[in-house]
Design a protein around this ligand. Structure first.
Ligand SMILES: Nc1nc2c(ncn2[C@@H]2O[C@H](COP(=O)(O)OP(=O)(O)O)[C@@H](O)[C@H]2O)c(=O)[nH]1
Ligand SMILES: [Mg+2]
Length: 506
């Protein structure tokens, strides 16, 4: 038989069971009328018989074909159905196996060692001097083990590093440079961020930076626990310099900031923290040793001086944080005369307190170790013993002795008997952000510069035209002058007797 015929046979075997059980129909399906009376058709009789004989086999195939061959699509679904759980389970097992081989556990970290990659949080058993677990997995802390000492870095004292954030993505590069430069052992620093009422990409950028630092090949660069919290408090005052610093904005803004700080602190503070360090995101210049520099004073609450650089046309530099001050008679008197709910904010002419400000007492060449007692403090950079908060201090979100937020915190700490200290000659620098007036002035300066350049251009053209239009006769005149005066005594002086002349005309 030709190859076509053998194809036909195969086709018959395939079609027969599904289309009709009658062998007569096979021929009809298969051939047109011209081939029906040919010898080949007669030769097919044994094939039909053969098909009849194979009937049980054909129905079995029919079954198999329904299951396996009805459509390729079904097969693909089947493979996916079977393989998906296998792939998931084996990936999970492989991952855990790799972690186990590397760390000896499947959590991806080792006790007393920096962890290998970023995770949102770590069990509090991570790292030295933390809680201990018993057989029942009960965590136990002997709180006397977590006190704060002046050289905490030698005693494995953990620092909770708190950063409130709002629309802060533009400051993150600068902030992480500072963070990486910190000399306090990074594995003893737990980072806690609270992002509120932000419209920009703060959260996304923050996570990217944290992943980078926690994946640093140098394990000593990696930090301890890292927590990011997001919570909006409905802050509607803009984040521009002038919006933030307007007098009217101060009361509501400071109360909301106080609430934000309290949330951040109470959510992140753990039993194993000995210190709490507060830091604003927008600090431009700060020593990497800041934690140790403040810590070694061994005070309950301590702040550095905070200034900001200025453009040359504004005088190069200026005190920034006026919230660190000592109480004065004027301040006490003012407070007595205000409503119970009033909040004094320092540094505004509306509140004349005549208080000595830490910022203005700075001597650039002064001894950085000099201390000054304070009553109110600013929040740009505060180091505090954790026990201060654990004992109940917080940032008043209401009028506490006519103050709120960090200034209220200072007052509260003094009331609780804590030492609250500022360092007048130890300075860190906040960024310069232009105010609305500064921006106007800068626009005016830019316009002036544009005009000056324009005038310069015009003058150049005039100078050129002048040269072309007029002949320079200066050398000729010099020659002529010489010839005209060569026989004249130019030094001769003529004396006129004016008295005589006057008499003549009388
Ligand atoms: N969570 C939170 N953080 C804020 C809010 N407002 C400001 N911040 C952050 O708090 C810190 C101090 O705020 P900033 O506006 O720089 O204060 P200023 O320098 O005293 O005017 C910065 O790190 C800000 O990103 C807020 O409403 N919520
Ligand atoms: Mg700021």
């Amino acid at each position: 038989m030709s190859s076509r015929n053998s194809d036909d046979d195969e086709k018959q075997e395939f079609i027969a069971p599904s289309s009709s059980s009658s062998p007569a129909l096979i021929g009809e399906d298969e051939d047109d009328g011209s081939s029906r009376s040919t010898p080949e058709l007669r030769d097919r009789k044994p094939l039909r018989e053969k098909l009849d004989l194979l009937q049980p086999l054909t129905s079995e195939r029919k079954h198999n074909k329904i299951v396996f061959s009805k459509s390729i699509f079904k097969q693909i679904i089947w493979v996916i159905y079977v393989m998906t759980p296998i792939v998931i389970i084996s990936t999970y097992l492989l991952q855990n196996l790799l972690l186990f081989v590397r760390y000896g556990n499947i959590n991806g970290y080792q006790n007393n060692e920096a962890r290998s990659f970023y995770r949102p949080d770590l069990p509090s058993s991570f790292n030295s001097k933390s809680g201990r677990y018993d057989d029942l997995n009960i965590e136990f802390y002997d709180l006397k083990d977590y006190q704060a000492s002046s050289d905490g870095w030698n005693n494995d004292e953990r620092v909770l590093f708190c950063v409130p954030l709002r629309d802060a993505s533009s400051h993150l590069d600068m902030f992480f440079n500072h963070l990486k430069n910190l000399t306090y052992p990074h594995n003893l620093i737990d980072l806690a961020f609270l992002i509120s009422d932000s419209q920009d990409t703060t959260l996304k950028d923050l996570k990217r930076h944290l992943k980078d630092v926690q994946n640093d090949a140098d394990e000593s660069m990696r930090f301890g626990r890292i927590n990011i919290y997001e919570k909006n408090f409905g802050q509607s005052i803009g984040q521009s310099f002038s919006a933030r610093h307007g007098f009217q904005a101060q009361g509501p803004r400071r109360k909301l900031m106080a609430i934000a700080r309290n949330w951040l602190l109470s959510t992140a503070l753990r039993p194993d923290h000995s210190w709490v360090y507060w830091r604003d995101i927008d600090v431009e210049t700060c020593p990497g040793t800041i934690i140790e520099d403040l810590m070694h004073h061994d005070k309950d609450v301590i702040v550095p001086n905070v200034w900001r650089p200025l453009p040359d046309w504004l005088g190069y530099e200026q005190p920034y944080d006026l919230n660190s001050w000592q109480e004065s008679e004027g301040g006490v008197e003012l407070a007595e005369n205000l409503d119970d709910n009033a909040v004094i904010v320092e540094g505004y002419v509306e509140f004349a307190t005549w208080r000595p400000h830490l910022a203005y007492l700075r001597d650039p060449n002064g001894d950085e170790e000099v201390e000054m007692e304070l009553d109110g403090i600013g929040g740009v950079s505060i180091l505090s013993k954790a026990s201060v908060f654990k004992n109940g201090a917080n940032f008043p979100a209401f009028s506490f002795q006519k103050h709120a937020e960090t200034e209220g915190f200072g007052k509260l700490c003094r009331t609780m008997g804590y030492s609250v200290i500022g360092l007048p000659h130890y300075t860190i620098w906040h960024i310069y952000e232009p105010s609305t007036d500064d921006i106007k002035h800068m626009e005016w300066m830019a316009e002036e510069e544009r005009r000056r350049l324009e005038r310069l251009k015009v003058k150049k053209i005039y100078d050129k035209a002048w040269k072309l239009a007029f002949e320079d006769v200066e050398p000729d005149w010099d020659l002529l002058k010489f010839n005209v005066f060569k026989n004249t005594d130019l030094k001769r002086s003529i004396q006129v007797d004016w008295e005589e002349k006057r008499n003549q005309f009388r």
